[in-house]
Design a protein around this ligand. Structure first.
Ligand SMILES: Nc1ncnc2c1ncn2[C@@H]1O[C@H](COP(=O)(O)OP(=O)(O)OP(=O)(O)O)[C@@H](O)[C@H]1O
Ligand SMILES: Nc1ncnc2c1ncn2[C@@H]1O[C@H](COP(=O)(O)OP(=O)(O)OP(=O)(O)O)[C@@H](O)[C@H]1O
Ligand SMILES: [Mg+2]
Ligand SMILES: [Mg+2]
Lengths: 225, 225
């Protein structure tokens, strides 16, 4: 589903190199964790896979499409249709209720407004937030905002879910519930990529990609020695 | 140092009760963790202790002062002088470099500008970010921003440090380094209160205060059965 070849990403001058020499594939239906120290390039990599950013060098193919040959509006359509993103900083719409924030995850699904809200309410319930459906982000705790971001990313059941530290603000129990949601989606065919510092989360992923100082340093699958 | 009696905090109408029936003391020089599920009231409690918020009912005394009898400017002066805060959402100054963000932690210390910057550079080095001193927050990773927020809170060596999930975005190694910094400060007399979901952090604290649904449910000290 996703293929990276010779990918690098640098910023500024003199350049800060965030990623270099990245080559790997993600098959449709896989579930994997990206792990590594703070500042090692994980979010940069996820943003590139999610077409929210373009590489400085190299090629990224998604479902056979060469993203480097696609315009910004074509990439935007691809994302809306196929990719669900949980951001490290959540990026919820301020002043919009939790349920309406989640409903935006269905905006391009062809689903009518009333049904979007009903499905958003179900998704919110799955992350334990029915009692907070009408709170706006500024009226929610950190972990509640994170769970709204997760519900929004999964409600449209996109083909590819990219989650940046989705349990970072959660206690063990809430975090385990989130991993269950992702595992359920993966069982029904969704490709799931999770950045995590949480060992409990990482060890439930069948594959783990390690990053250090912007380079891939490991690619382990369950069953490898 | 800190004393809470009959403290509660509610929002809105009909009211959402974030905290109720809170009674406890923190002695000068203590180090404790506040633990509990997402949405249980931990950040609300920390903000009340840090005088960033006022309770709906009850009294909060800091160093013998009744905060309820103090004006906003008096509270502001108390905070500037005595309290270092690591926010769950960091709240760094956008467009200001990492080292200058840290230096703002010394603004009320009477230290001249050149010395503030020198001390800020040392604090930044302690959290492993010397190579990112001139990056602005939008040019930093999530965990790097968190570490800048930590350095800013500790650089002025305030009497009381309140840290809201200070390792939430950090890998094990960076997180352990942060706990060491807090433990060192505590060893030299600083009172440290840490909200954490991280068991590794919580178990290094001599005292653990549990919260669930806005109420205190446990107060354990190392050595208790
Ligand atoms: N401005 C507000 N209006 C209404 N409810 C609020 C407001 N701020 C917080 N709350 C509610 O108060 C409760 C406690 O919030 P708090 O931020 O203290 O939780 P927390 O324990 O820090 O959670 P987390 O671990 O997720 O950060 C939450 O259920 C939240 O929805
Ligand atoms: N706009 C930018 N300009 C310059 N450097 C940047 C910029 N954005 C990120 N970086 C740098 O690129 C490196 C990788 O950042 P990235 O956000 O991918 O790290 P990460 O692995 O997600 O870290 P964390 O675990 O802390 O979230 C970091 O060292 C960061 O300072
Ligand atoms: Mg990151
Ligand atoms: Mg909180």
């Amino acid at each position: 589903l996703v293929s990276l070849r010779g990918v690098s990403r640098s910023y500024g001058s003199p350049p800060t190199v965030a990623l270099s020499h990245v080559d790997f594939d993600i098959d449709r239906g896989e579930m994997l964790a990206i792990v590594g120290p703070s500042g090692s390039g994980k979010s940069t990599l996820l943003n590139l896979i999610g077409t929210l950013d373009r590489p400085s060098t190299g090629d990224i193919h998604i479902d056979g499409h060469d993203t480097g040959a696609m315009s910004d509006s074509e990439l935007s359509a691809l994302r809306a249709f196929a990719i669900g993103f949980v951001f490290q900083q959540y990026h919820l719409a301020e002043g919009v209720s939790a349920v309406d924030n989640v409903a935006t995850g269905l905006l391009y699904s062809g689903v009518p407004a009333s049904e979007r809200r009903a499905r958003a309410a179900i998704a919110l319930d799955r992350v334990g937030l029915s009692a907070r459906a009408h709170h706006r982000p500024q009226e929610l705790s950190g972990g509640e905002r994170q769970r709204v971001a997760i519900a929004r990313a999964v409600v449209g059941e996109p083909a590819l879910i990219l989650a940046d530290e989705p349990t970072g603000a959660l206690d063990t129990r809430s975090g385990a519930a989130v991993v269950s949601i992702l595992a359920d989606l993966n069982a029904s065919g969704t490709t799931v990529v999770v950045i995590t510092h949480d060992h409990q989360v990482a060890e439930r992923m069948p594959r783990q990609l390690g990053i250090r100082d912007g380079e891939l340093v490991g690619d382990r699958r369950v069953g490898d020695l």
